[in-house]
Ligand binder design. Structure first.
Ligand SMILES: O=C(O)C1=C[C@@H](OP(=O)(O)O)[C@@H](O)[C@H](O)C1
Ligand SMILES: C=C(OP(=O)(O)O)C(=O)O
Length: 421
């Protein structure tokens, strides 16, 4: 099977297309955990085809059918899915079985200690099977809650907090979570609370403390919106094309997803977003880009998209709020630095901010982009095919994590997409 894909865009760089995006993996993975905790009273509509969601769904379905085997060890492998790892750590901690929770080699380098220790502090029986603070984990039930108060650092990953919030209503004492330090990726915590509210779970968020009392889930349907992080690549395509008119059905202006901020960010680049006919229309208007500073603390998954857009447009800029990028699917800072160097662009780290220096920007005839097991490296660099005659993206299957039909959709929009050895 071919591993790489070669992209090009022949003729005028005009994009006129309609792309139906799959559901948000963040919303789906919350919906699946909430549905499992609700013991069936909550159902999910518009499930994503993202591999991270398919994996979590399969795991939860299997766990449900194996309940009677509570004395045996169950190995649960989340692959590269960060949300599945974090959400399942909390979910499994309150089940009756014995679990070994693991993932890819990269997952074993992504920290879990903050969440595991928080769960241990309220009665969870969790230990590290290899390295202290990292997966794989051994998780043993049954769970006996010993405390309702948890302190948790907020600046490493918001997923730890979301994981705890989702189990909170099912705990005999509920939970009072005190977030220490600055909260990163805050819209994802708001998404968790909003989805819990949709199924009848109330919360009290006061400054840095969130309380959820023991409550039962109402009978409800959670509807999953298409993925705004995936939409960001279409904004990038619009930004790099000469002309663009793109319709993305199903997206709306009142999203739970923080990455919907892409509409606002891309307005700076002349890409307008008009919500009508049940979706969003992107149009490219002539515009001189003036914005020089981008703070992406609330939308870290947009970082690669926006950095590559700026680089390709030769737009020097400063980025902040990227502290968590080094512990995602790959060290995204290093990956960006290495790949941007191939077009002469520097991404310089200085005092918690990053300067993009495009003074050496050049477009070679052909470029090959490494993806480091990171779907967003592949998708963020693919739009460069509107500027460079041939763009080869390595390990094309990485996109499956969140957007399996990405290459097909590029083909639909007029890119030529050819498998390479
Ligand atoms: O809760 C979620 O669904 C996510 C939260 C974010 O992670 P961090 O909170 O670790 O930044 C984001 O990067 C990830 O893709 C999905
Ligand atoms: C960081 C991401 O995912 P996760 O943390 O869920 O692996 C992502 O999708 O960009």
């Amino acid at each position: 099977m071919s591993k790489n894909v070669l992209l090009s865009f022949k003729g005028n760089k005009q994009i006129d297309t309609e792309i139906k995006l799959t559901g948000s993996k963040s919303e789906c993975n919350r919906a699946l955990i909430i549905s499992a905790l609700s013991k069936g009273s909550v159902s999910v509509e518009n499930l994503s085809v993202a591999a991270d969601t398919v994996t979590l769904n399969q795991i939860l379905t299997r766990l449900n059918s194996e309940k009677e085997l509570a004395d045996q060890y169950t190995t649960v492998d989340v692959g590269p899915a960060g949300t599945a790892m974090r959400f399942l750590t909390a979910f499994l901690a309150i089940q009756n079985g014995k679990f070994s929770l693991t993932g890819t080699e990269r997952m074993k380098q992504r920290p879990i200690g903050i969440l595991a220790e928080a769960l241990k502090s309220i009665g969870g029986n969790i230990s590290y099977k290899e390295n202290e603070g990292f997966p794989p984990l051994q998780i043993l039930g049954p769970f006996k809650q010993t405390d309702k108060n948890v302190k948790i650092k907020g600046d490493i990953s918001s997923q730890y907090i979301s994981a705890l919030l989702m189990i909170a209503p099912s705990l005999p004492l509920g939970l009072t979570l005190e977030i220490e330090g600055e909260l990163t990726s805050k819209p994802y915590v708001e998404m968790t609370l909003a989805m819990l509210e949709q199924v009848g779970i109330s919360n009290d968020w006061n400054e840095n403390t969130i309380t959820i009392n023991p409550q039962s889930f109402s009978t409800a349907k959670l509807y999953v919106e298409p993925d705004w992080s995936a939409a960001s690549y279409w904004y990038a395509i619009a930004a790099l094309a000469d002309e663009a008119s793109i319709f993305l059905p199903g997206l709306n202006g009142y999203s739970l997803q923080g990455d919907s901020k892409i509409t606002e960010i891309m307005a700076n680049f002349g890409i307008t977003s008009q919500f009508k006919n049940g979706g969003v229309f992107l149009k490219k208007e002539p515009k001189i880009v003036e914005r020089k500073i981008f703070d992406l603390k609330e939308c870290p998954d947009l970082a690669q998209t926006i950095v590559v857009i700026c680089a390709a447009l030769g737009h020097d800029a400063t980025f902040t709020g990227l502290e968590t990028l080094k512990i995602k699917e790959t060290n995204r800072v290093l990956a960006l630095q290495t790949e941007l160097a191939k077009i002469g662009v520097k991404f310089i780290e200085k005092n918690l901010s990053y300067k993009l220096d495009c003074s050496g920007l050049h477009f070679p005839e052909k470029i090959t982009i490494s993806t480091y097991e990171d779907h967003r490296m592949a998708m963020a660099f693919a739009p460069l095919a509107l500027k460079i005659a041939a763009v080869e993206i390595e390990e094309k299957q990485v996109v499956e994590k969140s957007y399996p039909y990405f290459w097909d959709d590029l083909g639909k929009a007029g890119f030529s997409v050819n498998d390479q050895g």
